[in-house]
Design a protein around this ligand. Structure first.
Ligand SMILES: [Zn+2]
Length: 238
């Protein structure tokens, strides 16, 4: 029985550079970055504005920037082409297929890998049973991360609504990390943290990310795997 640690970031914004720099410093590569390849180079200033922080950018990398090695060593996967609420397209399923599979195809073209995973734009509240069925039947995607915190270390029951332990911005994240490090268990356990890198600007929490990464990589008996590696290890059981 093993303890696993995995991380993911959504949207593919320029703050990911600072995040990957911290991860590389500690040799941590157990992270998946979910990208919107239909929005490359797009600026969404309203994200910072809606949180009262117009100084914080939400700027996605361009294709040229993506090819400079920003995500080398990390996993990259699907967050759809344009970040829509996918259930909105339940009656036009070809739009769901396009949003998901074309993003996967672009990632294959840019990075050379074929994604089998995604995260739900807007969280798992933006999908229905029908949305999931369409994705499983018409795309290569086999897992999709939600946003609702479980605050526990159980493995997902359903990889298409894969809920994380908590957000990195959650005030309990370091406490949950300590609890996981000292956890004694007879079952496989997973500590899954997710975030958007621009939130680290909101909260000035780069030091906190360094603390968490140091803790998790120095702890003994914890396997750091990216989301896709974890899925591949456990897909047969679920
Ligand atoms: Zn997103």
């Amino acid at each position: 029985m093993s303890k696993y640690y995995t991380f993911s970031f959504d949207d593919g914004v320029t703050q990911d550079i600072a995040v990957t720099k911290i991860f590389r410093k500690y040799g941590f590569y157990g992270c998946t970055f979910f990208l919107n390849t239909g929005l490359l180079g797009a600026s969404w200033p309203w994200v910072g504005e809606q949180f009262g922080r117009p100084d914080v950018t939400h700027l996605r990398f361009t294709e040229e920037q993506l090819k400079t090695g920003i995500y080398d060593g990390f996993d990259v996967a699907v967050h759809t082409l344009h970040h829509p609420s996918l259930s909105y397209y339940d009656d036009t399923p070809e739009k769901i297929t396009e949003e998901v599979q074309e993003d996967a195809n672009n990632i294959k073209r840019i990075f050379g890998c074929s994604p089998v995973g995604m995260s739900w734009p807007g969280g798992e509240f933006q999908c229905t049973e029908k949305t999931i069925k369409t994705i499983l039947e018409t795309t290569d995607i086999r897992y999709s991360r939600g946003v609702e915190s479980t605050y526990d270390y159980r493995l997902p029951d359903n990889f298409m609504i894969w809920r994380p332990t908590c957000s990195f911005s959650d005030e309990r994240v370091l406490e949950l990390a300590e609890k996981f490090i000292s956890l004694k268990t007879n079952e496989d356990a997973l500590f899954y943290v997710w975030c958007h890198a621009y939130e680290l600007d909101f909260n000035d929490s780069y030091g906190k990310l360094e603390t968490l990464t140091k803790m998790m990589t120095e702890a003994t008996g914890i396997k750091c795997v990216n989301n896709t590696e974890f899925y591949n290890l456990f897909k047969a059981e679920k």
